[in-house]
Design a protein. Structure first.
Length: 273
């Protein structure tokens, strides 16, 4: 188990490793269409892609805050280590004061649940209001094909389990030193968190990019997990430009370490930061 942590502003930030996700290479899609996708796939070797699933613990003002909750056990044998990771970081479920969700996909939200019960007995769960509205909407559910509806039952189970401890938040400063950043496309309400302090600014960018090297080199590469691949690509172009200009430290749910984006020619690259 890798322990990856550092002090950023008033918070001690630690990666919590949930496991490895692997999928077919055909999960990569290209925002410029089928010809660009065929060219991209032809340039790659191998038939699968693999990336880490992580979430984060922040100790600081307001106690113990998690950003996302991992998949939790019992969904996939290569995932579900998040509760063990918390234990190894000295975190008991009752220690957690709040969970900030970037979005409602299973690998970020399912770990909130122990069966149909809340895994965290005291925590408030803060969810972007647009995200919560989307995944509690029957019209939004019916507009998606069956294979893309998995976030709806998870959302319903979380809302039922946590009841009055669910808080929908709107953009702005949600905790001392932590502001929201809208990152639409992967889901319509996906929200990043910008943590500022002591001359360093870190962005928790969730799933704005799943594969840092591939998607910084070509921000038009999306995945089948993106709700709107073209919007996700536009968000990446904007985001990478800002990340370079502001020298943000990046903590991504599917990146392996704290990273920084840099400009490479007409596009970008990423390296440990
Ligand atoms: Zn994810």
């Amino acid at each position: 188990m890798k322990l990856r942590s550092r002090r950023i502003g008033d918070y001690d930030v630690a990666f919590l490793f949930d496991g490895m996700f692997s999928t077919g290479i055909d999960s990569l899609v290209h925002a410029r269409g089928p010809a660009a996708q065929a060219e991209m796939l032809a340039s790659r070797s191998g038939t699968t892609i693999e990336f880490e699933v992580n979430h984060f613990a922040l100790r600081g003002p307001g106690g113990l805050t998690l950003i996302d909750a991992g998949t939790g056990p019992g969904w996939n044998p290569s995932l579900g280590q998040s509760w063990d990771s918390m234990r190894q970081n000295g975190i008991a479920p009752a220690d957690v004061d709040r969970v900030l969700l970037t979005h409602l996909h299973f690998d970020h939200a399912r770990g909130l649940l122990d069966g149909d019960k809340p895994y965290f007995p005291r925590a408030e769960v803060l969810i972007p209001s647009t995200e919560l509205a989307c995944y509690t909407s029957e019209a939004a559910r019916l507009a998606l094909p069956e294979a893309r509806r998995s976030a709806f039952p998870i959302t319903a189970a979380i809302v039922k389990a946590y009841g009055s401890r669910i808080r929908a938040f709107v953009p702005g400063e949600i905790m001392p030193g932590i502001e929201t950043v809208a990152l639409p496309g992967h889901t319509m309400g996906q929200t990043g968190f910008l943590l500022k302090g002591n001359g360093e600014t870190a962005l928790f960018w969730a799933d704005a990019a799943h594969m840092g090297d591939v998607q910084t080199a070509d921000p038009d590469v999306s995945t089948v997990f993106d709700y709107d691949p073209k919007l996700a690509a536009r968000t990446r172009w904007w985001l990478f430009d800002r990340a370079v200009a502001e020298n943000w430290l990046i903590a991504g749910s599917h990146l392996s370490d704290f990273s920084r984006v840099r400009r490479v020619g007409q596009t970008y690259g990423i390296a440990a930061g």
